[in-house]
Design a protein around this ligand. Structure first.
Ligand SMILES: Nc1ncnc2c1ncn2[C@@H]1O[C@H](COP(=O)(O)OP(=O)(O)O)[C@@H](O)[C@H]1O
Ligand SMILES: [Mg+2]
Length: 137
């Protein structure tokens, strides 16, 4: 694990953008941590790094966002509003795992049982002011 201390939303976005370079088909990113800790901001950076253009919004209300047309497809989930792992399966979580892209899941720790053992754990914590502590494998 490597600890990064981000001082701004833009820095967190850039961290996600550089992190994207190492991502490969089938990678699953499990993002956990406080509300407002920068998980969505980081995934926005990943999307940019994978070559997706256009708006990437928080999926909190839409459950899954699909980005195609970049170096690799990106499927962005947020489990925050889901009540059970069945909810996640109902929106097709399993199908996305084998869909030939990268899957990023916010609040993945809510339903650890449906994540593949190979998922990478990324943790985000709010510090003082705009400081965010981000641990990346
Ligand atoms: N260093 C930072 N990294 C990321 N976001 C930051 C940072 N400093 C302030 N922010 C603000 O905190 C919020 C992070 O929101 P978001 O990325 O949606 O968090 P999460 O998805 O973890 O709930 C945004 O409003 C962003 O502008
Ligand atoms: Mg979020």
């Amino acid at each position: 694990m490597e600890l990064f201390v981000s001082k701004s939303a833009a820095q967190t976005f850039e961290l996600g953008r550089s992190y994207a370079a190492q991502l490969r088909v089938g990678d699953v990113l499990a993002l956990d941590g406080d509300l407002g800790a920068g998980k969505t901001q980081f995934v926005k950076g990943i999307a940019a790094g994978l070559g997706h253009s256009g708006e990437v919004t928080s999926p909190t209300f839409t459950l899954v966002h699909e980005y195609t047309g970049g170096r690799l497809p990106l499927f962005h989930f947020d489990f925050y509003r889901l009540e059970s792992d069945d909810d996640a399966l109902r929106i097709g979580f399993d199908d996305y795992l084998g869909a030939g892209g990268v899957v990023a899941v916010e609040w993945a720790g809510k339903f650890p049982g449906i994540l593949p053992a190979s998922a990478r754990r990324l943790t985000f914590a709010v510090g003082d002011g705009d400081e965010r502590r981000i641990e990346l494998p």
